[in-house]
Design a protein around this ligand. Structure first.
Ligand SMILES: Nc1nc2c(ncn2[C@@H]2O[C@H](COP(=O)(O)OP(=O)(O)OP(=O)(O)O)[C@@H](O)[C@H]2O)c(=O)[nH]1
Ligand SMILES: [Mg+2]
Length: 362
């Protein structure tokens, strides 16, 4: 039996097993077995693989990918907010390659990628699914594009991404695990686990290949989250869900779609409705912030901000400008998020969007 057959067999067993207190343990082990087989299958596929992926070079401050079924208007959208000219067609699979465009917004250069429409089974390798998914996986933000025909299949897109190890808008479970030489599994918890018994944690660990290890769980994790933590290769990528072609929709239909998929925004790529709001969602979704530099005795340079990520410190900005600066920095002043204008602040101070920063260098 090959990997695919084994996985299919276990998945069908899983789908016919009712989940309750009594089956919790065996369900956990089944899930762990499937996770392990999937990992092994990918390793195996890579060994023999001649790699013919799409080649796109990441450029700019961040990379964003438009994901959706064929004909939802991804290319039209790309053309409406970037400099790109991606072919638009009234038929499916107009786009058969990765088409990059650049969105200039608030001083940031954001690379937007238009890719062939996602199809069901992509994660299993149907169509050029694997290649499309590898582009998606390399992005800093995923925009899921739906329209009036495809919104009922929203869950399928989410499942496709999930199967490709992407945890959209998720955050890594608070679990640390370290292999040890002997002694079996040492399980520590800082919270009460309500979703499985300690024996199941250990069983899952052994199943995915941890025989001797120390694990500390600091969150009431589900079995799936535990497996994610153990596998360690999951991607936690932020996502935005938009519904395109709003120009074709009645208010009633919009309400129906809103309650079904809870999108972040309705847009019309063709009529350019809500595209400015979309740009703003992209900027904030990426966690980008602008820092304006000010030389002592001069006005701040408001034309060209430094584009950084949320949580950035004064030290991060220095390092981005030049490695040497940190050594020679005497002090820094901040206008904006500081308690008072021009406050002297330390290297670990976290800057906010729109802050003005002045570096005093020897
Ligand atoms: N009414 C309306 N039509 C749109 C809108 N956006 C796109 N379309 C139409 O939808 C069709 C498909 O648009 P594309 O941009 O090619 O869609 P796509 O998602 O790139 O499709 P594939 O490349 O085939 O995956 C075209 O006929 C567009 O003119 C919109 O906002 N409103
Ligand atoms: Mg297209």
């Amino acid at each position: 039996m090959d990997f695919k057959e084994k996985i299919a067999e276990l998945e069908s067993e899983l789908s016919t097993t009712k989940y309750n207190k009594a089956t919790q343990h065996s369900v956990g082990l089944l899930k762990a077995k499937i996770a392990k087989l999937k990992r092994e299958m990918i390793v195996e596929a890579k060994k023999g693989g001649k790699h013919t992926g799409f080649s796109v070079k990441k450029t700019g401050d961040a990379t964003v990918t438009l994901v959706g079924f064929p004909s939802v208007g991804k290319s039209t959208l790309l053309n409406s907010i970037t400099n790109a000219k991606s072919e638009v067609g009234a038929y499916d699979f107009t786009t058969i390659d990765v088409i990059p465009g650049t969105l200039l917004y608030k001083g940031a250069k954001i690379q937007l990628l238009d890719i062939p429409g996602l199809i069901v089974g992509a994660a299993k390798g149907f169509g050029r699914g694997k290649e499309v998914l590898s582009v998606i996986k390399a992005s800093d933000l995923i925009i899921i594009v739906l329209d009036e025909r495809s919104y009922p299949k929203y869950a399928m897109i989410m499942a496709e991404l999930y199967n490709a190890d992407i945890r959209l808008n998720g955050s890594p479970p608070n679990v640390s695990v370290e292999r040890s030489g002997f002694g079996g599994i040492d399980l520590g918890t800082t919270v009460r686990l309500t979703k499985m018994e300690p024996e199941t944690v250990k069983g899952i660990m052994r199943e995915v290949g941890f025989t001797n290890a120390t694990i500390v769980i600091r969150q009431d994790v589900t079995q799936d989250q535990l497996i994610d933590a153990l596998e360690g290769n999951r991607l936690y990528i932020p996502g935005i869900v938009i519904v395109n072609k709003s120009d074709l929709m009645s208010t009633a239909l919009k309400q129906k779609i809103a309650s079904a998929v809870k999108p972040d925004l309705f847009v019309s790529a063709e009529k350019r409705a809500n595209v400015e709001q979309l740009k703003d969602l992209i900027f904030t979704g990426l966690g980008l912030i602008r820092i304006f530099m000010k030389q002592p005795g001069k006005d701040a340079d408001l034309s060209e901000p430094m584009i950084m990520r949320r949580g950035t410190t004064i030290s991060d900005v220095c390092t981005k400008i030049h490695k040497q600066i940190l050594k020679n920095l005497r002090f820094a002043r901040v206008w904006g998020s500081s308690r008072f204008p021009g406050q002297k602040l330390g290297l670990s101070y976290k800057l906010k969007d729109g802050d003005i920063l002045q570096l005093h260098i020897d």
